[in-house]
Design a protein around this ligand. Structure first.
Ligand SMILES: [Zn+2]
Length: 421
C-alpha cells in the first residue's frame, strides 16, 4: 500500500520532470539514420531524418570509437527508427531519453577514425553529422582524459527513488535538488561574462591622441553590464575585470568557467598603422581565413608582461581541434551570436560593420561556453577614437551589444523550452 503510494508520487514526479514533453501536440519523429560517403572522399556524412528541425544539439567525442550527441527538441520519437544495416562505419547506435531531448551513442567500427561535427541541413529538417577521416594517433591525443557521458545520470534521481524503500520522502526532496533540476539550471541563460580586454600594465592598442584600448573597453563593459542589470534582472553579470588591473588570458577563461557563464563577450578596440580603417568586427573561435583576422588575432593574443616585454601565446592547430571536438555546439552558438552582434552594429548602431570573422583567440579558447570577441572600432581612426571615448558613442555600442545578448537569450530559451516571460 505504502509502496504503491510512493510509486504514484514518483510517477507524478516524473510527469513533472518533463512537462514540455507531455504537452507537445506533435512529436518530432526520428525515423532513420543513414550514412553516405562524402563526395570529396574525406569521410562520411550521417543523416538524422527528422520530422522537425531540432532546437539545438551538441557533439562530444570522449574516445576514439565513441561519438555522443545530444539532440534537444519537443519529444523525439525513435520507436520506429531504421538504422543503417551493415554500416561501414557504425558498430552500434543507441538512443536514450534525456530531459528535453535524446542522447545518442554512436560506436565507430574498428580501425575507422573520425573527427565529427554536426550541423542543420540547409535543405531539410534533418540534422547532419559530418565525419572527417583522421588518424588514430591524433584522435587518441584529443580524446585523452575524456569521460563518456552517462545518460542515465540525467534521470537517475527519479529512478533511484523507484527502488528506494524509504517510507518518508519529504516533498521538497522530491521536487528540488534532482539531477534534472541541476541540469535545467545549467540550461538556463542566467550568467553573462563580460571581458574587457587588457588592463593594468597592458594598455592594449594606443590610438589617436593616445587613447588607450584598456580604458575604452572597460567603460563599454560597465555600460553593457548596467543595461543587463537594469533590463534583465534574472541574468547575473560577471566581469573578468572591473577596474584597471591586469588579468591573464587563461585566467579570464577560468573566471568565466567558474561562474558557469552562458555567454562570454570579450571587448576590444582595433588599431592600424594608417588612420583610414574604421568599423566594427565580431570574431568567434575558428581557423582564421583572412590576413586581417590573422593580424587582429596576433595582437589580441599578445600579452604585455609586467616587465613591459610582450608574450605571444599561439593557439596550435591541435588545441583548436580539441576545442572543436569538445565544443562544436558552442562554436555554432558563437557564430549565431556573432551574427546578431554584427546586425546590431550595422543596422541599429549605424556603424560600418566589417563583418563576422573567425580566428584563433586564446581568450575564447579558454572559455567553455559560446564566446565571441568584439572589436568595437579603430582607435587609430580619429573620428572613431572620438566616438569610442565619448559617453554617447560608448552607450550606442553598449546598447547594441546588450540588445544582441537579450535577443540571443530569447532565442536560446525558446530552443530550450523555457518560458521566456
Ligand atoms: Zn585588444
Amino acid at each position: 500500500m505504502f509502496s504503491q503510494y510512493l510509486l504514484l508520487s514518483v510517477l507524478g514526479c516524473l510527469f513533472l520532470l518533463q512537462p514540455q514533453a507531455q504537452l507537445q501536440a506533435q512529436d518530432n519523429i526520428l525515423d532513420r539514420v543513414s550514412v553516405a560517403q562524402r563526395s570529396d572522399g574525406q569521410g562520411y556524412v550521417s543523416r538524422f531524418h527528422m520530422s522537425q528541425p531540432v532546437d539545438s544539439f551538441n557533439v562530444y567525442q570522449p574516445s576514439i570509437d565513441l561519438i555522443q550527441m545530444t539532440l534537444y527538441s519537443s519529444k523525439i520519437d525513435t520507436t520506429e527508427i531504421n538504422l543503417p544495416e551493415q554500416s561501414q562505419i557504425y558498430d552500434e547506435i543507441s538512443f536514450y531519453d534525456i530531459p528535453n531531448g535524446i542522447g545518442v551513442d554512436l560506436y565507430i567500427t574498428k580501425d575507422k577514425y573520425f573527427k565529427s561535427k554536426a550541423y542543420h541541413d540547409a535543405n531539410s529538417d534533418d540534422l547532419l553529422l559530418g565525419l572527417t577521416t583522421t588518424n588514430k594517433i591524433d584522435l587518441e591525443y584529443v580524446t585523452r582524459d575524456m569521460e563518456p557521458l552517462i545518460w542515465s545520470r540525467l534521470t537517475m534521481n527519479a529512478e533511484s527513488l523507484l527502488v528506494d524503500d524509504t517510507d518518508a520522502i519529504p516533498d521538497n526532496q522530491l521536487n528540488s535538488n534532482s539531477d534534472y533540476d541541476k541540469f535545467k539550471d545549467k540550461l538556463k541563460f542566467d550568467v553573462v561574462v563580460i571581458d574587457p580586454g587588457h588592463g593594468g600594465h597592458d594598455p592594449g592598442s594606443i590610438g589617436y591622441k593616445n587613447v588607450k584600448e584598456k580604458d575604452i573597453v572597460l567603460d563599454i563593459a560597465k555600460k553593457v553590464g548596467g543595461y543587463i542589470e537594469e533590463h534583465l534582472p534574472n541574468v547575473k553579470v560577471i566581469y573578468t575585470r572591473d577596474d584597471d588591473t591586469f588579468v591573464g588570458l587563461k585566467e579570464r577563461g577560468s573566471i568565466a568557467n567558474k561562474a558557469e557563464g552562458d555567454l562570454f563577450i570579450s571587448l576590444h578596440c582595433n588599431s592600424f598603422s594608417s588612420r583610414q580603417p574604421h568599423g566594427t568586427e565580431v570574431y568567434f573561435l575558428g581557423l582564421e581565413k583572412s590576413e586581417t583576422a590573422l593580424e587582429v588575432m596576433k595582437r589580441e593574443n599578445r600579452v604585455v608582461r609586467a616587465d613591459n616585454d610582450t608574450e605571444q601565446k599561439e593557439l596550435t592547430q591541435e588545441e583548436l581541434l580539441i576545442y572543436e571536438l569538445a565544443n562544436s555546439g558552442y562554436i555554432a552558438s558563437s557564430e549565431h551570436i556573432a551574427g546578431m552582434l554584427e546586425h546590431q552594429f550595422d543596422d541599429r548602431a549605424q556603424r560600418r560593420s566589417r563583418g563576422v570573422k573567425q580566428a584563433r583567440f586564446v581568450v575564447l579558447y579558454h572559455a567553455s561556453m559560446p564566446a565571441v570577441l568584439v572589436e568595437a572600432g579603430f582607435i587609430s581612426n580619429p573620428s572613431e577614437a572620438r566616438y569610442l571615448t565619448s559617453d554617447y558613442g560608448q552607450s550606442i555600442i553598449a546598447s547594441a551589444i546588450f540588445r544582441s545578448i537579450r535577443n540571443y537569450k530569447k532565442k536560446y530559451e525558446k530552443s530550450q523550452h523555457f518560458n521566456t516571460k
